[in-house]
Design a protein around this ligand. Structure first.
Ligand SMILES: Cc1ncc(COP(=O)(O)O)c(C=O)c1O
Ligand SMILES: [Zn+2]
Length: 408
């Protein structure tokens, strides 16, 4: 049952939670999950108030983690491991190999989320979700995971002193299993996909007293992940790139960044223009790409989902309608990439730039090359590829890809 906050709710900078589909409003001072209509809730702030203190100038002297954007985050004592403010790397050598119009991609950047605690951008969502959960006094946290979200939840739960249950497919990369165990979480392995793990959490949570941290089933992971959008603006000196490539599973980062851009516009930081968002998926699990190509507003469950990019193995994303509408609103697109293409591009990114990416991140390299060659990206445009996780956790995949490259 929802637990009231200890302190008065009016001290919170979150004014209310609002349904992303029907607009119904909810009290942010108690535990909330989905709207009665079944869709995700989003946090709303007093942005006029936030804009008074959240400025490029003020940010210069703030700590180099995502809690620097305090005015637009839950204002609870942060459970932090130093997440955020990841490097934005100008990848000139990679761009030189991407023909575009009469030249090649010169303004190509990788936002390297692999440098977050637990090696992925999932840390951003979990620092915010666990911070809020701690304040709400929850007794145990539970989530289904494709891999990295589980590791991040387990770490932040450990830091908060709250027990965690992580439910994952049996064939999740071994580093993800190991980290959850090391962080002291209870690990449940299922023969199935993340959608089956989600069902398991839903079926057990009431009886076990778990707080469900599943993607978009609580409102605060989006809040943490939206800081990727704030960071881009800050790192580009108060402006946004033209195109953002984002490896899309559940789509939380994409939804979060678009939410950040709307907030920035409301605070007067930017106008109505938006980076074109590109959802990159694996050919073996591409529900958003299929829906996009068929000009549909929602996605169908993708049967027999299979890809080495475990984070992209999300056959039925809950936020499908939000993702598709954000692609439309930003004049973006969606594109699928094969596992072989990802592994090849990952080796290229590593050998040319010194960034060992997750296959999910490597997928964005392939997508960018295709859209540069097709003329969808223009020569002078600034393009950001999200490497959402470190390649070091994918030793099984990389070992296979690198077979035969050892000289003796
Ligand atoms: C490395 C990596 N990239 C991308 C994703 C997809 O994330 P999102 O749910 O934000 O689409 C995941 C999710 O597990 C992931 O681990
Ligand atoms: Zn609703």
């Amino acid at each position: 049952m929802p637990q009231p906050l200890q302190s008065a709710s009016q001290t919170s900078n979150i004014v209310e939670l609002e349904c992303s589909a029907c607009g119904k409003k909810y009290d942010a001072s108690v535990e909330q999950h989905l709207c009665a209509c079944g869709k995700p809730l989003l946090a709303r702030y007093d942005l006029r108030q936030a804009a008074k203190t959240l400025t490029l100038e003020a940010l210069k002297s703030r700590p180099r983690n995502l809690w620097r954007y305090a005015e637009v985050l839950p204002d609870d004592p942060p459970i932090s491991l130093g997440e955020g403010m990841t490097p934005l790397v100008h990848v000139k050598r990679l761009g030189a190999g991407m023909p575009c119009g009469t030249g090649h991609l010169e303004n190509l950047y990788v936002k390297d989320e692999g440098l977050n605690p637990t090696g992925s951008f999932k840390a951003r969502g979990m620092t915010a979700a666990v911070t809020r959960a701690k304040r709400l006094g929850v007794k145990a946290l539970a989530a289904p995971t494709a891999g990295n979200a589980g590791g991040a939840l387990a770490a932040y739960a450990a830091a908060a002193g709250i027990p965690a249950v992580i439910v994952m497919p049996a064939d999740t990369p071994s580093a993800n299993v190991m980290e959850c165990q090391a962080f002291g979480a209870k690990v449940v392995k299922l023969n199935g996909l993340i959608s089956d793990c989600g069902k398991y959490v839903a079926e057990h949570k009431e009886r076990e007293g778990w707080y469900d941290v599943s993607t978009l089933k609580e409102p605060y992971r989006v809040e943490g992940k939206k800081t990727m959008g704030y960071e881009l603006w800050e790192q580009f000196g108060g402006k946004l790139p033209d195109v953002i490539f984002y490896p899309t599973g559940g789509g939380v980062g994409l939804i979060g960044m678009c939410k950040a851009f709307d907030e920035m516009q409301e605070m007067g930081w930017i106008g109505a223009e938006r980076p074109r968002m590109v959802a990159v998926q694996a050919s073996g699990c591409a529900p958003i790409v299929r829906a996009w190509e068929a000009r549909q507003n929602s996605a169908q469950f993708f049967p027999n989902a299979a890809t080495i990019a475990s984070g992209l193995r999300v056959p039925g994303p809950l936020g499908d309608q939000l993702i598709l509408s954000m692609l439309r609103q930003t004049q973006g697109t969606a594109i699928a990439v094969s596992d072989d293409e990802m592994l090849h591009a990952g080796r290229e990114l590593a050998s040319l730039e010194g960034v060992l990416a997750a296959p999910e991140g490597a997928a964005t390299v392939v997508a960018a090359r295709k859209l540069a060659a097709s003329g969808w990206i223009k020569l002078q445009e600034t393009v950001v590829l999200f490497n959402t996780g470190t390649g070091y956790k994918y030793s099984e995949a990389w070992q296979k890809a690198l077979q035969g490259t050892v000289h003796s």
